[in-house]
Design a binder for this molecule. Structure first.
Ligand code: ATP
Length: 445
């Protein structure tokens, strides 16, 4: 099997060829670190978000959904600490004009001598680090002046904090309870890269769980375990997952404790989800900056009032997509040829079933079309393919990660059974055409 960077190159090229992910504005030479999801990618991405929403919101009665706006009052970002502190240390090289994160020099390459890190080549001349704010700024309204500055949110979390009381009272919740959001966030990263791993525009799935102070450590452990369980439920290889607990020097300004769930990407172990004990930092600061009370009053014992602590779970949609793609990508020898197969979990697979008439005659296309319609009517995404040899058609579906190919053949015309071919085992079985919808549905949970 190829090494990490070759594997990554092959994955990126498959993603483009098969319509998972394209570079943004490619015809203009591309936009730095911004990506577009193609027909297969958008389905995979939706399936990831759906799986998250289901486990966080639909299956629980203690978490409510929210969709806060990307643009927020600029004071929000002063209160949250982002204006003052959401910075990375930046260094420039006076010789080659490249820019690096001062804290990532040992994983960066010197553009003049890629086997060395920046600063290690005799010609490198690095500036002193200076702090660079990662928030994108724009202007609200027609006048571009300081008073009109507004930010693109760098995290969805603040939308949940400022709506804490709105959700609490409108949904008649009690502590402990959570607010879940899926939405875009923007960070002007100094050194984005590794395909969709670090981008400037990305989507987050974040949940803020509000708890009574003193119970926060317990809830932190609870969410740590729950989130690992969720990732594994997507079929990601357990041995490629681990926790990385943050030491004191690594903690964000708001965190008491923090742990990352890391995945062994082709480029090495890296974070794809963070679980943070944010204490009462954010709500307390919003109380201070807005002048509005952020307290919770216990409905049973009204003398019991406190600003809740928050345990946050924060994961990027793109990083889950990348982990799922990297984990699924397999090259194997089959009948003297290399078979590329994406072993995506059926619930993540963009296309669930490929419907194939064996030949384009003898009533097979008509029956295949009927079955295809029945599957689509049941909201099961399909692909109808009658072009080329059956082997070639199977290979195309293997690359797209389609778990099942259904072939309509001579026997179908006699007894209304079809052949179902399984992507991973290559096993084939015959099942009644009229049971197909139920058969597929049962395998998608
Ligand atoms: P990193 O250390 O990789 O910069 P972070 O610790 O700053 O990430 P958080 O602020 O905890 O990340 O954000 C929560 C999640 O959002 C991350 O675990 C990651 O999945 C996702 N995320 C953060 N920054 C980016 C980015 N630039 N591109 C894609 N996803 C991101």
């Amino acid at each position: 099997m190829a090494n990490g960077s070759e594997r990554m190159d092959r994955l990126v090229s498959l993603c483009k060829r098969r319509g998972f992910i394209f570079q943004s504005s490619e015809i203009y030479g591309g936009t730095g670190s911004v990506w577009d999801y193609g027909p297969l990618g958008v389905e995979l991405q939706r399936n990831v978000k759906e799986a998250w929403w289901r486990s966080m919101v639909h299956e629980r009665d203690d978490i409510e959904g929210l969709d806060a706006a990307i643009l927020m009052h600029p004071r929000v970002w002063e209160a949250s600490g982002h204006v003052a502190g959401f910075t990375d240390p930046l260094v420039d090289c006076r010789t080659c004009k490249a820019r690096f994160r001062a804290d990532h020099l040992d994983s960066a390459q010197c553009p003049r001598k890629p086997s060395r890190h920046p600063g290690e080549h005799t010609e490198c001349s690095l500036t002193e680090p200076r702090q660079f704010n990662l928030m994108f700024k724009t202007f609200m309204g027609p006048v571009e002046e300081d008073a009109a500055v507004i930010y693109l949110r760098p995290e969805t979390a603040q939308g949940s904090y400022v709506n804490f009381h709105n959700v609490l009272t409108s949904a008649r919740q009690r502590i402990p309870f959570g607010i879940a959001q899926v939405g875009k966030a923007f960070r002007n990263e100094i050194t984005p890269g590794n395909f969709i791993f670090r981008t400037r525009e990305f989507e987050q799935m974040e949940m803020q769980f509000f708890v009574e102070p003193g119970t926060d450590d317990e809830w932190y452990e609870y969410w740590k375990a729950k989130r690992m369980e969720w990732v594994q439920s997507l079929g990601i290889t357990p041995s490629k997952l681990r926790f990385h607990e943050h030491g004191p020097g690594e903690l964000a300004h708001y965190a008491k404790t923090a742990v990352d769930i890391e995945y062994e990407f082709p480029f090495g172990w890296s974070e794809f989800e963070g679980i943070h004990n944010r204490t009462d930092f954010d709500l307390r600061r919003h109380q201070e900056y807005s002048g509005k009370k952020m307290e919770y009053i216990d409905p049973v014992d009204r003398n019991k009032r406190y600003i809740p602590y928050v345990v946050e779970t924060a994961v990027g949609v793109g990083r889950v997509v990348l982990a799922a793609l990297a984990d699924a990508y397999v090259e194997e020898e089959l009948e003297g040829e290399t078979r590329v197969v994406m072993r995506l979990h059926p619930k993540l697979a963009p296309t669930k079933v490929a419907v194939m008439p064996l030949v384009k005659k003898d009533g097979m296309p008509e029956l295949a079309t009927e079955l295809n319609r029945a599957l689509r009517a049941a909201a099961i995404p399909t692909f109808y393919d009658d072009a080329g040899s059956i082997g070639r058609r199977y290979r195309r579906q293997d690359e797209a990660g389609t778990p099942w190919c259904v072939t309509i053949d001579g026997q179908t015309m006699e007894d209304r059974t079809v052949t179902v071919r399984h992507r991973d085992t290559l096993a084939q079985e015959r099942i009644g055409a009229d049971h197909l919808v139920r058969w597929v549905r049962e395998r998608l949970v």
